[in-house]
Design a binder for this molecule. Structure first.
Ligand code: ZN
Ligand code: ZN
Length: 88
């Protein structure tokens, strides 16, 4: 089965409960969907994901691990699994 990856941050989507579809693309969570659509304001002091740096506008999917905050469980797992993909 093909992996589903976020169209914004490239994170492998293993937690489909936070998956968002917008404009025919698939995102790991609402935070990346919001980033992709430009619905976030820069420099407003919002926390950002420690993995993909998306602004966390939807705290309901946020995951806190230690001192790090992730936009959703997909990013948290990507870091702990050591499968971080660098987007060029
Ligand atoms: Zn994402
Ligand atoms: Zn993230």
């Amino acid at each position: 089965m093909a992996e589903t990856i976020c169209a914004h941050c490239g994170t492998t989507i293993t937690h489909r409960e936070t998956l968002q579809e917008s404009g025919g693309k698939t995102y790991c969570c609402r935070n990346c969907a919001a980033m992709a659509s430009g619905r976030t304001s820069e420099g407003s002091g919002q926390p950002v994901c420690a993995h993909c740096e998306s602004a966390i506008v939807d705290e309901t999917t946020a995951v806190h691990r230690g001192s790090d905050t992730f936009c959703c469980a997909n990013c948290a797992d990507a870091v702990s699994a050591g499968t971080t993909q660098r987007l060029a």
